[in-house]
Design a protein around this ligand. Structure first.
Ligand SMILES: *Cc1c(COP(=O)(O)O)cnc(C)c1O
Length: 246
């Protein structure tokens, strides 16, 4: 029997064993959402939003099959990755999904496979310079403020194509996707519009010749079904796996 996420109490904090069950249920639910949206099986990846979770809790999800971890805070990324290494955790990739302060860019580069939250030419130039110094190539996503909310980080949608054109010339960076938080709303249509807008920007970038931009990081616990219907390729999920944050 395939266990779906709906069977779990989202207000409860799961123990280590239940984290694994929840991860498998999330995966089954994502497969069902893909099918419902007429999308190919396996076209959506799950990124664990690991902020404020202990390494042991993250390890449980990795042991259940998780392969991608997202961190908001660089401090938690570095400490978390070092602890997971000590614990002998399975291989996985790490992305940065929180705002990157200038003085944290070097550490972010050392520990992350991709920085999803590039939202200015200045940050891109700094990452490019650091990547060059370290002899690395870095995957980045551009964060788009698709809802227009003043409180959200991200590039204004009207500026995405121009800015991507400039960032695409930086030789140590590789723009592979767009990331967005989407509208904070009770209205599913409004949320869908912000995801749809982000997808249309990705299509604009491809039409403008920046063909490397294929990924769409959008959707969280509360709106992942909408995001998958709108073309998300990576959902960032915390609560559905780990329960409410400490
Ligand atoms: C915390 C966080 C998530 C996950 O949110 P949940 O509602 O717990 O699934 C996704 N994206 C970002 C940027 C986050 O900070």
């Amino acid at each position: 029997m395939v266990v779906m996420l709906e069977l779990f109490d989202m207000t409860a904090v799961p123990d280590l064993a239940e984290i694994g069950e929840r991860y498998r249920a999330l995966r089954a639910t994502v497969r069902a959402c893909e099918a419902r949206a007429g999308r190919e099986n396996g076209s959506v990846r799950i990124e664990l939003a690991a902020k404020y979770q202990s390494p042991e809790r993250v390890l449980s999800a990795l042991q259940a099959g998780a392969e991608l971890i997202g961190h908001n805070l660089i401090q938690q990324l570095t400490a978390g990755e070092e602890a997971l290494r000590e614990l002998g955790a399975p291989a996985h990739r790490t992305h940065v999904i929180g705002h990157v302060q200038k003085n944290k860019a070097g550490k972010a580069l050392d520990y992350a496979d991709c920085i999803e939250t590039v939202d200015s030419l200045e940050l891109a130039q700094r990452l490019n310079r650091l990547a060059g110094e370290k002899g690395k190539a870095l995957d980045i996503f551009l964060q788009v403020n698709s809802s227009g909310a003043q409180s959200q980080f991200g590039i204004e949608p009207e500026q995405v194509v121009d800015l991507a054109g400039q960032i695409a010339t930086l030789e140590h960076l590789h723009i592979t996707g767009l990331m967005t938080i989407g509208a904070h709303s009770e209205d599913a249509r409004e949320i869908a519009r912000s995801f749809e807008y982000t997808r249309s920007l990705r299509d604009d970038l491809q039409a403008a010749g920046i063909a490397s931009v294929t990924e769409l990081s959008m959707g969280m616990t509360g709106d992942m079904e909408i995001a998958i219907a709108e073309g998300s390729t990576i959902i960032r999920v915390g609560t559905a796996v780990f329960g409410p944050r400490p």
